[in-house]
Ligand binder design. Structure first.
Ligand code: TRP
Length: 444
């Protein structure tokens, strides 16, 4: 079974070098590994929490999409989409909101930090705090649980959100799962291998510190200017440098092979001047970014092409989210009325001898199987083969007497029914409601 890796980037800014090395580059590498199904998305609903400038939102999501693609993400292989193109996400967010304790959200770091700042300024504790900011972890949980992600690579600041997503998933599973787990409990993935780049001033590179090095913006010239502004100590050329503690070396290492980094370090320790060191760093990074920069410029000039890729990604993503949403709706009691209606309808249909039924038969290989047919005689599911007809009969009995939800497990849109550890059959999640309805008429 493949591991589902999922992560999102909030679309409220222009990606910088730190975003590339810390999130985009390792995620693209992960998406190329065998056994991994990658789900990467633009968290544009999240962007509305911190940005009320429509132009900036629009521009940012285009830039971030172009960055992923220019950096080499293969949208055929990964599922690459925009959060706002998946209508099931906000619906799931609401359903999760209804099972999430307010107390849990009170403990969220981002909210608490806002409150602390207000208190320090002697303002109302909730001054300027929107419900979006307050319940932001629920939206993030919906992003993750919607696709039953196994692993979520994020920065350390997001660990708490992953814990909350697990809490919320457990709560929902407990309330509505009836013994089956709707939602996979996601694992946070913090990569110590992955570079957290220092910014110009040596603190973590971040837009909020205004210390970033641009990724593509301004081209090679802007990259050179920014590298020129990296803070160093005042040691002169010829004087040995403390490579280990220099931001320049940390940046170099994030883009070079182990051997080249060792070599660069030795040069610094032997007195390489900071100016020359900056030139080497620029050449190293520029060499890697130049081809991507060209692709980026091409993509930015063709927003229609990006749109097409994202629409295709949304179709792929909805192939997972729509069937899961059907199940979630049914679980909370908001399923289509067919389940209720057909239960009522059986009474009349029974007299006309038209009802759902199980039919058993012997296949060409002499094995025993059964099918579930709906009232119109359409096949709803077909069982695996049994050598012993009694076993087949026993499975039918279990299906008629046990709530379906207690027998199923779900992988993507495939639902597997098992009885006593033996697989009875598989069906597509899209048929879940109809199958449930048919079984209801048989147990009624
Ligand atoms: N909140 C994340 C951040 O600020 C972005 C994000 C939104 C995300 N939804 C997600 C990350 C789901 C991982 C999974 O970095």
């Amino acid at each position: 079974m493949n591991t589902r890796v999922l992560t999102g980037i909030t679309t409220s800014g222009t990606p910088h070098l730190g975003n590339y090395a810390g999130a985009i580059r390792p995620s693209i590498q992960a998406s190329q590994q065998p056994g991994v199904d990658a789900f990467y998305f633009m968290a544009d609903y999240h962007a509305l929490i911190k940005c009320e400038d429509p132009q900036r939102i629009a521009r940012s999501r285009l830039e971030i999409a172009a960055t992923w693609l220019a950096a080499g993400l293969d949208p055929e292989r990964a599922t690459f989409y925009r959060q706002s193109d998946i209508p099931e996400i906000p619906v799931l967010c609401w359903m999760l909101t209804c099972v999430t304790g307010k107390g849990l959200m009170n403990r969220a770091h981002a909210y608490k930090a806002a409150v602390d700042q207000n208190v320090a300024k002697q303002l109302d504790p909730d001054d300027g705090v929107t419900m979006g900011l307050f319940s932001y972890p629920v939206l993030m949980a919906a992003d993750i649980l919607m696709f039953n992600a196994n692993r979520v690579p994020v920065g350390r600041d997001q660990i708490q959100h992953l814990e909350m997503a697990r809490d919320i998933a457990q709560r929902f599973n407990h309330l509505y799962g009836q013994g089956t787990d709707f939602f996979v409990l996601p694992e946070v993935q913090i990569d110590d291998e992955v570079a957290t780049l220092p910014g110009l001033d040596g603190r973590k590179m971040s837009k909020s510190y205004d210390n970033t090095i641009p990724l593509f913006e301004g081209g090679s010239k802007a990259l050179k200017v920014a590298i020129g502004r990296i803070v160093t100590d005042s040691r002169q050329p010829g004087e040995p440098k403390d490579a280990e503690n220099s931001h320049l070396y940390a940046l170099y290492r994030a883009f070079s092979s182990q051997d080249a980094a060792t070599e660069f370090r030795a040069q610094l320790e032997q007195g390489l001047g900071w100016g020359d060191a900056k030139t080497s760093l620029f050449e190293l990074i520029d060499g890697q970014l130049a081809p991507m920069r060209d692709r980026y410029a091409d993509l930015m000039a063709r927003p229609d092409r990006i749109e097409e890729i994202l629409q295709a990604g949304a179709v792929k993503a909805r192939g997972f989210s729509a069937p899961l949403m059907e199940r979630v709706r049914a679980a909370v009691g908001l399923g289509a009325h067919v389940a209720v209606a057909s239960a009522a309808a059986t009474k009349t249909e029974k007299s006309a001898n038209k009802t759902a039924k199980f039919v058993s038969f012997r296949d060409q290989d002499g094995q025993f199987r059964f099918r579930l047919l709906d009232a119109q005689g359409q096949q709803l599911l077909s069982s695996e083969a049994y050598t012993d007809p009694k076993m087949a009969g026993a499975a039918v009995k279990v299906l008629q007497t046990t709530p379906l939800n207690q027998l199923i497990s779900v992988l993507g849109s495939q639902v597997t029914v098992s009885v006593d550890g033996h697989i009875v059959c598989h069906f597509d999640a899209a048929n879940h409601v109809a199958i449930q309805a048919a079984l209801d008429t048989l147990t009624a």
